[in-house]
Design a binder for this molecule. Structure first.
Ligand code: BEZ
Ligand code: MG
Length: 500
């Protein structure tokens, strides 16, 4: 439905779609489509439903519909500027937590002492099993070492499920004090484990590190405890690897067990996104080197960052898969450049550190019990449902120049996945080219609205050919080059009609 505009409430069609999405996440209590449409048109249906869970689901949708029908944001902004009281609400994803509306309230994230929640520990363990099952299905055996990417905001949306995932892989859990406050990590005893402790490389976004210092230490402590556990190598991969590294490099086990990495203090991102955007890079190895030099700060149990490029590279060389969750329907891995900056960046760094062609997985936690997809599957899904979907691009094009910029940005982000993982299928570029460049009517529309972004889009598709991420036939390539030149003429103010 395009971008959000402050002061504009959703129209009935948009509400019907939103309610249908929330409804489909209800699982057992799902309502018939007709009923959902009636609710979106303002009818109260819950009272006539006998089945209690379904009536409850209908009440939730009725309230959601009412909240989405009116703008709550401008009045709240004015009220805040008047120094009025703004009601608090916890933030989250609307599909999974419809209680976050109405908007226009004072968002708070979490209680830092209660994260991960008991639910997130159980849920994270289940999600970790899903990843392991999918990996085993695709590759025949279990991975011994996994790279995990964690974001701050996403972690808050699930009360810390990604932390639960990491702890489950290591075979650990959080420890709480008598007041229920987070106090550290604890290993799960071997007799309760059904598989070996898996080695992990946990990379935190700068925002995670800033928001969650207690949890950063919790993860470091879990890794150190696993490395110190007196267990045989075949049931504790983290210890086996840490012992080997300590012996080889003659360093304390505490150093060899460092597995939590992020940026230096006060620094954010891997800068792989900036390189991709500017095109100012020659080989994929440069992307890996940039990632590693930015993200090689190890956070140990004392919470202090120490540059440890050698340990990071050593750990990455062993990694057999890289994984990140997506936690909101509002953002896909091609929506913003941060996903390929983090998950893409680490994947490239693993390959560069000597790892083989790396399977990359995305855990989509948005609906029902979640789903693990390969990176290629996730990009394909987003390409079909977003970029090639007229409903998506027409929604954006209503916003004029900004809509075109968003489309271009999705294309560049897709390109970023090719550069970092090489796992984007060629048809993606072919279809994007057909839809946005070769279709003359569409090309002219985009050029009218935003000549600069249009020419960037065409040039990115050409760059993708040049970097061998897809092959265009002679005619397509010529058409792309013509389009790019025509668009550049437009940017430079040369009359296109005359040129054509
Ligand atoms: C984070 O929440 O960690 C995050 C948000 C946006 C971009 C990158 C990271
Ligand atoms: Mg940015």
């Amino acid at each position: 439905h395009g971008l959000h505009v402050v002061g504009e409430a959703m129209n009935p069609d948009e509400r019907a779609d939103m309610l249908a999405s929330v409804n489909s996440a209800f699982g057992e209590a799902m309502l018939a489509g007709e009923l959902v449409e009636q609710i979106a048109s303002g009818r109260e249906v819950s009272r006539s439903i006998g089945d209690a869970p379904k009536a409850e689901a209908a009440r939730t949708l009725e309230k959601l519909n009412a909240d989405l029908s009116t703008d709550h944001e401008v009045p709240a902004i004015i009220h805040a500027l008047d120094a009025g009281y703004i009601r608090p609400v916890s933030g989250g994803d609307i599909i999974r937590s419809p209680g976050i509306v109405p908007t226009g309230r004072n968002l708070h994230g979490f209680d830092p002492f209660r994260l991960p929640s008991a639910h997130a520990v159980v849920e994270g363990a289940r999600q970790a099993d899903m990843l392991l099952d999918r990996f085993r299905q695709d590759h025949g055996a279990m991975p011994k070492s996994i790279a995990l990417v964690m974001w701050g905001t996403d972690t808050l949306k699930s009360e810390g499920a990604p932390i639960g995932q990491a702890l489950a892989l290591i075979g650990a859990k959080p420890r709480f004090d008598g007041f229920g406050r987070l106090a550290g990590a604890e290993l799960i005893a071997p007799e309760y484990l059904t598989r070996p402790r898996i080695d992990v490389v946990i990379t935190l976004s700068g925002i995670f590190r800033d928001l969650l210092p207690l949890q950063t230490r919790l993860l470091a402590e879990a890794c150190l405890m696993a490395a110190r556990a007196d267990e045989p190598a075949e049931v504790n991969f983290l210890r086996a690897n840490a012992l080997a590294y300590a012996a080889e490099h003659d360093c304390p086990l505490e150093t060899a067990a460092l597995r939590v990495f992020s940026n230096a203090s006060g620094v954010y991102g891997s800068n792989v996104n900036l390189l991709i955007d500017s095109g100012a890079w020659e080989s994929e190895e440069e992307l890996a080197a940039t990632y590693t030099s930015r993200k090689c700060f190890a956070y140990g149990v004392d919470g202090k960052p120490v540059r440890q490029e050698e340990i990071l590279k050593h750990s990455l060389a062993r990694v057999q898969t890289a994984f990140q969750n997506i936690e909101s329907v509002e953002l896909g891995i091609t929506s913003v450049d941060h996903y390929f900056d983090t998950l893409g960046g680490i994947s490239r760094a693993v390959r560069d550190a000597g790892g083989a062609d790396l399977p990359v997985y995305v855990g989509d936690q948005n609906a029902g019990r979640g789903k693990v997809r390969t990176l290629g599957e996730q990009v394909a899904l987003e390409t079909r449902t977003r970029m090639l979907n007229p409903k998506w691009y027409e929604g954006l094009l209503q916003h004029g120049y900004e809509g075109v910029r968003q489309i271009e940005s999705h294309v560049t982000n897709t390109f970023g996945w090719s550069a970092t993982t090489g796992q984007v299928e060629p048809w993606v570029y072919r279809n994007l080219t057909e839809t946005f460049v070769l279709d003359e009517k569409m090309r002219r529309r985009l050029a009218e609205l935003n000549p600069k972004a249009s020419s960037k889009l065409a040039n990115r598709l050409i760059e993708a050919v040049e970097r061998k991420y897809w092959a265009a036939d002679e005619a397509t390539l010529r058409a792309l080059r013509d389009a790019s030149e025509e668009l550049e003429d437009r940017v430079e103010g040369i009359k296109v009609e005359a040129a054509a």
